[in-house]
Design a protein around this ligand. Structure first.
Ligand SMILES: N[C@@H](CCC(=O)N[C@@H](CS)C(=O)NCC(=O)O)C(=O)O
Length: 226
């Protein structure tokens, strides 16, 4: 296996391995938004007997994975970039807006999306997969970071619809990764009306709101506390 990504020859089937968890959900939403020419396959690399199959495709055994005969690509951002290029789309900005998009990806990962991830991990992931009780101190830390970073987005989005330019870009999708799980995350998005309005616009996009429509994939286990 090579880490170098070869162009997918026309007609060669490309598969997006996914689950319903946050990063694979994001990748599926991107693929569907772009109407990318991929087959979707639910996967569970950590399930018994699956590691041998998936380790050559992604040594981290994480999802999503984009795979085609003879190659694979992992990391959601790289997959989004690849699919956008394949579809000749500006969803992954390629022109003068590109640095600004990269700025939001980079900042989001360390700040807003990280804050959302910290809270969602305690209240959502850990409770779904029985990984231990909620660490309330970590939730508090996540909420503190959420408030400082949400305030920055609130100011940024005032008077504009999307993070970069006049149309949705991957920066919007990436920033919102964990907001799609806010039924369990419980982040106080409503404290930030401009940010909440931006998220409502994202939810109006079918591919974002319901990326798994028509796909065969088991529901996530319920996040049960206690
Ligand atoms: N940095 C990676 C993170 C990937 C990741 O953490 N994937 C998690 C879900 S969010 C995973 O594979 N969990 C096992 C599963 O969903 O079966 C990316 O952006 O793709």
């Amino acid at each position: 296996m090579s880490d170098r990504v070869e162009p997918t020859p026309a007609g060669m089937e490309t598969t997006l391995f996914f689950s319903r968890n946050p990063n694979p959900r994001l990748a599926v939403a991107v693929a569907r938004y772009l109407k990318a020419n991929v087959a979707f396959e639910f996967a569970s690399p950590y399930a018994p007997g699956q590691a041998e199959r998936f380790r050559p495709l992604n040594p981290n055994l994480y999802l999503p994975i984009l795979a085609w005969p003879g190659g694979s690509l992992w990391e959601t951002d790289a997959i989004a970039c690849r699919l956008s290029r394949d579809m000749r789309s500006d969803f992954w900005r390629t022109g003068d807006d590109q640095p600004e998009m990269i700025r939001w990806l980079s900042w989001g990962k360390e700040n807003f999306a990280r804050a959302c991830d910290m809270v969602h991990f305690e209240r959502g992931t850990k409770q779904r997969y029985h990984l231990g009780p909620i660490d309330h101190q970590l939730v508090e830390e996540g909420l503190k970071l959420f408030h400082t970073t949400a305030a920055i987005l609130e100011a940024t989005l005032a008077g504009r619809q999307w993070l970069v330019g006049g149309a949705p870009s991957y920066a919007d999708f990436r920033m919102a990764t964990f907001l799609a799980f806010n039924d369990v995350g419980g982040l106080p998005l409503g404290d930030y009306p401009v940010l909440a309005g931006w998220y409502r616009r994202l939810e109006a996009i079918d591919a974002w709101r319901d990326p798994f429509k028509g796909l065969s994939a088991p529901e996530l286990p319920a996040a049960k506390t206690g």
